[in-house]
Design a binder for this molecule. Sequence first.
Ligand SMILES: [Zn+2]
Length: 173
Amino acid sequence: MKHFCLMCGTQLEARIIEDREREFCPGCGWIHYKQYKVSAGVRIEKNGCLLLVQRGIQPWKGNWYMPAGFLEINEEPEDAAVREAFEETGLNVKTHGLAGVYTYNDDPRGNGILFLYDAEIIGGNMQESDETLQIAFLSPDEIIGLEFTGNCGRHQISDWLKTKGIEMDVNHV
Ligand SMILES: [Zn+2]
């Protein structure tokens, strides 16, 4: 696919810059540095069960994940995690620190990094959104065997299961 410079509109060409192939603008010298998308999410546990959401839209429609989404350009990761939790589940949540940092390389929208926060519910009413099919607290037995949202989702859920002493193969697709 042809790409064009965001600064001057000239067609970009491939060049090796700093040992990597990058898209370079022969018109103005702009270099397209591919960078991670940044997202944040919440890990909410209650009575030994994990809050998961079933995606209602592509990619990974029908698969399960912990509520999460992309950061707005001027947003703190924890604020984004709280906002996304509310948008996707109707729940007001409070974060309690970082549960983990994850990267992913299999999302068709681009590679990214995700900040996952432990959180608890402090209000709201659990309600599906336009983007979610179901929301549920699931036990480890119910979780194992579900389809997750790519390697990042699997990794996060595998790490939570480890806190319960359960090993799950993260490479299972
Ligand atoms: Zn240019």
